[in-house]
Design a protein around this ligand. Sequence first.
Ligand SMILES: N=c1c2ncn([C@@H]3O[C@H](COP(=O)(O)OP(=O)(O)OP(=O)(O)O)[C@@H](O)[C@H]3O)c2ncn1[C@@H]1O[C@H](COP(=O)(O)O)[C@@H](O)[C@H]1O
Length: 107
Amino acid sequence: MSRFTLHDLAAIIDARAAAGGEASYTRKLLDKGPSQCAKKMGEEAVETVIAAIGEDRENLIAESADLLFHLLVLLKSRDVRLDEVEATLAKRTGMSGLEEKAARKKD
Ligand SMILES: N=c1c2ncn([C@@H]3O[C@H](COP(=O)(O)OP(=O)(O)OP(=O)(O)O)[C@@H](O)[C@H]3O)c2ncn1[C@@H]1O[C@H](COP(=O)(O)O)[C@@H](O)[C@H]1O
């Protein structure tokens, strides 16, 4: 079985966004606009933090899945593609986190 990736999930989100009329969770959330998508992603981020602090490994995995899904929906709501985020990450490879932070402060 081939590996399911975030790109596969982003493609499903694209398809739901393009599908006319029929109700889907993704489409309903996108129809509420970027602010609601951001609010929902914020909730999922908090739930992920709580799961991490609670040391419940299975819950952390489940909440992380919710968080990544809602991040992709949020990016879609602002027409940002996953590969654009990946390109930014790629530019940072070979640079330490501390160097990256210093470089950002100069911008
Ligand atoms: N990966 C996900 C996924 N992860 C989480 N969720 C939904 O995100 C919601 C999480 O919200 P909460 O945990 O806060 O629960 P809730 O109370 O039901 O949410 P709200 O009513 O507050 O919005 C739940 O309704 C989950 O079902 C997801 N919904 C969809 N997907 C993927 O998107 C595809 C398309 O889904 P639809 O758009 O529903 O067809 C699916 O096949 C999946 O691959």
